[in-house]
Design a protein around this ligand. Structure first.
Ligand code: NAP
Length: 587
């Protein structure tokens, strides 16, 4: 098909999608948009670096055939003032994979933000931001090397859905009346009103992508970040749907954090990814205090907006933070910073953000060797002090170079060749060592680790004491008392009787049923005073429900069961301690 200005290369082949899979030929045609402002400077530099890496990794076998497409000011010049021509959107969809520089958002009526237009028209529902520290890059953290996460931000829903009603308009009045009169909602007169839709479909497709990424890239965990303690039916639902998709579609390769601490006693089984969740505000603290606890993050739109920029600042800022907006297959990789117009055409700025977006793109194509070449030589060049102005002002004794000279330095290193296997081997070894250290901490102090890593307990399984002390029916009460004293506990579980009923004997039982009844502790058998049947709750019981049951029944403890077995005890003291520590408990 003939386009007005876009020329599809006659060499190379298109990437295709069939049977739910993307097929990347050895000579793919890939779209690019130069971008506005500093866009041309960084794009020219990056095209040279990507091409050099592909050539070094694969020789003649593989090559990218670039197809220039137009958005922003360059498009406006070519398409009679149209910043977002239909043919560009069509080609980006058709070529499946593309990369773009920053774009000026035209100010004034009639224009949608170009990034929003792209996202909506191509249904790019996942905004993916890897954030990782490269040796030599200035950072405000003491141990920035601990940051290595990939954030998946939902891109289409939440407060970005654009459902807002301005104060003083008839629409606002109509919605306010409905909320007050029909829904009995209470809020101040004249409030602006916004609606935050979060759907099962939108949440699940985002989390599905994040889990699949974790599987494909040997990652350790996926953390669902949400504000479900306050917004139960949007943020809380996102979390629940996230767990659902993990269980329903990835059940064989995922476990929950609850299982990790419970069933597996803190030891992560080989080949399993841990699905956990964190409240958004805690996550900001955690990414500063214990960033290595987190790996892949999946979150709603607004949380993701804040969190991705905050984490990027930990490892060198927006100048080098890469990103991509991805649909099921169609993907647009992009520099995450703006057009920095004051630096346009000065050959000055850092190409890092676009460069690493290209690294993501190479990984997306499955061209890991080319991607690794760039990631591995980059820290060497920066550590040698060869950097653009933004880093030079933060590194003593650095040599400031322009965008294209920085690209030259990288290309020289790429051509010089590095021992990819040895470097990857060393990285893997380091990764394995760090995983082991985290595991040892979990094994030694499970409760402390759980709290320190920002987990808020949800279920009785998160709080219960697992080291159960059991006695048999025929044991004497005296021995049961010794067992309590020796283990510093106030109850023992009595093993199932002939009818399969478990029982419990508490200190209070001994006082009331032995001392008050003037019985002998040495001759009375446990079965004579045990409470049966035992009141037990499934391990996944919500803590609030357990608390309600305790107060309704006037008990001080519940036993916890899983698969027909009693596996722990949760007491009112455990619940008291949790509320005291966490202030609130997640539903
Ligand atoms: P900006 O273009 O990102 O620039 C802000 C500052 O960030 C620059 O002045 C510079 O800091 C630093 N910076 C940005 N890119 C850099 C790079 N590659 N290397 C080194 N430093 C870099 O943000 P803005 O000035 O708010 O926005 C300008 C235009 O970009 C607007 O039209 C906006 O709509 C658009 N924009 C587009 C995108 C996109 O297309 N994805 C994203 C954001 C903004 P110093 O001044 O300290 O050197």
């Amino acid at each position: 098909m003939a386009y007005r200005h876009i020329k599809i290369p006659t060499t190379g082949e298109k990437i295709t999608v069939s049977n739910g899979k993307m097929h990347v030929p050895d000579q793919p045609i890939i779209g690019y948009v130069e971008g506005d402002g500093i866009g041309p400077d960084i794009t020219k530099a990056c095209l040279r670096i990507w091409n050099a890496a592909v050539e070094k990794a694969y020789g003649d076998k593989r090559r990218i055939h670039w197809c220039e497409t137009f958005l922003g000011e360059k498009a406006a010049g070519l398409y009679d003032g149209n910043y977002c021509p239909d043919e560009t959107l069509e080609v980006l969809q058709d070529l499946v994979v593309s990369i773009k520089g920053p774009l000026t958002t035209p100010v004034g009526g009639g224009f949608r933000s170009l990034n929003v237009a792209l996202r909506q028209d191509l249904d790019l529902y996942a905004c993916v931001r890897p954030v990782k520290h490269y040796r030599g890059v200035p950072s405000p953290l003491k141990h920035p090397q601990k940051v290595d996460i990939v954030l998946f931000r939902e891109n289409t829903e939440d407060v970005y859905a654009g459902i807002e009603y301005k104060t003083g308009t008839p629409e606002n009045q109509k919605v306010a009346d409905f909320l007050r009169n029909e829904m009995k909602a209470k809020f101040f007169e004249g409030a602006g009103i916004g609606i935050k839709p979060v759907s099962e479909f939108g949440s699940k497709r985002l989390v599905r992508k994040a889990i699949q990424y974790a599987i494909d890239n040997g990652r350790e965990s996926v953390t669902l970040v949400h504000k479900g303690n306050i917004q139960k039916f949007t943020e809380g639902a996102f979390r629940n749907w996230g767990y659902d998709v993990a269980r329903e579609e990835f059940g064989k390769v995922t476990i929950t954090e609850e299982q990790l601490y419970g069933e597996y006693k803190g030891k992560q089984p080989e080949g399993k990814i841990v699905i956990k969740d964190r409240i958004a505000d805690i996550m900001f603290q955690m990414m500063l205090l214990r960033p290595d606890e987190f790996d892949v993050i999946a979150t709603t739109n607004l949380n993701g907006d804040y969190l991705s920029d905050a984490i990027a600042a930990e490892v060198g800022g927006m100048g080098i933070a890469p990103g991509a907006n991805i649909a099921d297959f169609v993907a647009v990789f992009e520099a995450t910073h703006g057009t920095a117009p004051k630096y346009a055409n000065l050959n000055k700025v850092n190409p890092g953000s676009l460069l690493f977006s290209g690294v993501m793109m190479l990984e997306y194509l499955g061209w890991k060797e080319a991607a690794d070449l760039i990631s591995l030589v980059y820290p060497e060049v920066v550590s040698d002090g060869i950097v653009t102005y933004d880093f030079a002002r933060q590194i003593d004794g650095a040599t400031e170079v322009g965008t294209s000279q920085f690209a030259d330095a990288l290309i020289e290193r790429i051509k010089g060749g590095i021992d990819l296997d040895a470097k990857r081997g060393a990285q893997q070894e380091q990764l394995a060592k760090e995983r082991k250290q985290r595991e040892v901490r979990r094994l030694l102090q499970p409760m402390e680790e759980m709290i320190e890593s920002g987990r808020v307990p949800h279920t009785v399984g998160d709080l219960m004491t697992r080291s159960l002390v059991t006695v048999t029916d025929d044991e004497t009460v005296e021995n049961a008392m010794h067992a309590m004293t020796d283990n510093g506990i106030s109850s023992v579980v009595v093993e199932a009787d002939a009818d399969g009923e478990w029982g419990i004997v508490t200190r209070r039982d001994i006082i009331s049923r032995i001392l008050n009844a003037r019985k002998s502790t040495s001759t009375t058998k446990v079965k004579e005073i045990a409470t049966r049947p035992i009141v037990s709750v499934p391990v996944e019981t919500n803590i609030r429900e357990a608390a309600k049951l305790l107060s309704e029944k006037n008990f001080s403890r519940l036993t916890v069961q899983q698969g027909g077995r009693i596996i722990g005890i949760v007491t009112e003291t455990d619940i008291f301690n949790a509320v005291e520590k966490f202030g609130f408990l997640a539903d």
